[in-house]
Design a protein around this ligand. Structure first.
Ligand code: UT7
Length: 326
């Protein structure tokens, strides 16, 4: 039966120029390359300058996505930005990006706050708007300057995060309703508010009138992550009526290489089908998935027609997955 699918017609990514290696960090806090590499898989991360904002990173990724899509910004009906590090408390940073991109006046702009699951949440919202027929072309962007909410004196957290942005352009296309269609085949998003305190920024507009710094109960997050990420991936594969053997690539949220391999193993996916970019990007929250996706589409690793599972988990706790044929 024919149906509307949201097809990824463009992709983009951007990392700020400044790079901080593990050795650089060892000069700031009591840590070392060996600990960070073996415990997390991270070797280096990119960090924005003081006057380089989330919108600047987002704009670069969005411009690349629009260019690879071969469309004009005026054709975009809505922008959905996933971020926990907006330029201003209000308005939405997506509105600023829409203005800078030259999107037409009247096109919708919204920010989504779902931490590391932000891209999967944003993709789900965009896909639903497209499948309902409300929008034809939607720009989905994830961008973070986590360096600005990182406590650079806390070795438990400062070694884990980085800054960056990724984007995709989605466009409505008629499909046959089968797993052979290109585009988003299934999405599923979840939350468990009882875990609110286990991963958070310890400030906020309504509480402290400061943005605060990232704090987490690393062990609890780690345990929850493997199960929730596997659950999300399994659910979208079931919804899309495909099996693990059909999957070409898993593009997981990049928080810890040990979590990524644990999930890959649980799903029965061979290691070479699991995309890992954490070594040079660290955890950029909502941006890890579109950054990895765009980087691997650009270098030709992920190709047209490939079947891809995306999955993410983060503060809230929130988690989710998407099944996409490129
Ligand atoms: O994006 C979604 C949210 N985030 C995550 O998914 C992250 C989930 N959690 C993790 O990835 C891991 O729990 C961490 C990487 C954060 C920590 O790894 P761990 O194996 O759970 O280490 P730990 O917290 O148990 O710390 C082990 C030891 C401690 O020393 P003692 O108490 O055993 O003497 C820490 O003080 O390592 C010490 N440590 C460090 N040592 C050197 C903690 N951070 C560092 C550091 N360098 N940066």
């Amino acid at each position: 039966m024919t149906c509307i699918r949201s097809e990824i017609i463009g992709h983009g990514h951007y990392l700020p120029a400044k790079e901080l290696t593990n050795d650089d960090l060892a000069k700031i806090v009591d840590t070392n390359d060996e600990w960070i590499s073996t415990r997390t898989g991270i070797k280096s991360r990119h960090v924005a300058e003081k006057d380089e904002y989330t919108s600047d990173l987002a704009l670069k990724a969005a411009e690349m996505a629009i260019k690879t899509a071969g469309i004009k910004a005026e054709e975009i009906d809505a922008i959905v930005l996933a971020t926990v590090t907006p330029d201003n408390t209000t308005p939405a940073t997506s509105a600023k990006i829409a203005g800078k991109l030259g999107m037409r006046v009247g096109a919708a702009a919204m920010d989504i706050s779902a931490a590391c699951s932000g891209f999967v949440y944003a993709l789900t919202m965009a896909d639903n708007m497209i499948r309902l027929g409300q929008m034809k072309t939607v720009l989905v962007v994830s961008a973070e300057t986590l360096s600005k909410i990182t406590d650079w004196t806390d070795r438990n957290t400062c070694v884990l995060f980085g800054d960056g942005a990724g984007a995709v352009v989605l466009r409505a296309k008629e499909g046959n309703g089968t797993s052979e269609d290109t585009g988003i085949l299934a999405t599923k998003i979840y939350a468990d508010g009882t875990q609110y305190e286990n991963l958070l920024c310890n400030g906020g507009v309504s509480t402290t009138q400061t943005s605060g710094y990232i704090w987490m109960n690393g062990k609890e997050v780690f345990k929850y992550a493997i199960n929730s990420l596997s659950e999300a991936a399994e659910e979208v594969m079931k919804m899309g009526q495909v099996e693990a053997k059909d999957i070409d690539w898993l593009v997981p949220h990049q928080a810890n290489v040990r979590i990524i391999s644990g999930v890959g193993q649980k799903l029965g996916l061979p290691e070479e089908k699991v995309i890992v970019t954490i070594d040079h990007q660290a955890n950029t929250s909502a941006a890890t998935i579109p950054l990895a996706l765009s980087e691997k589409m650009t270098d030709g690793t992920i190709k047209k027609g490939d079947l891809v599972v995306l999955n993410a988990m983060g503060a809230g706790f929130t988690w989710g997955g998407a099944l996409v044929r490129i």
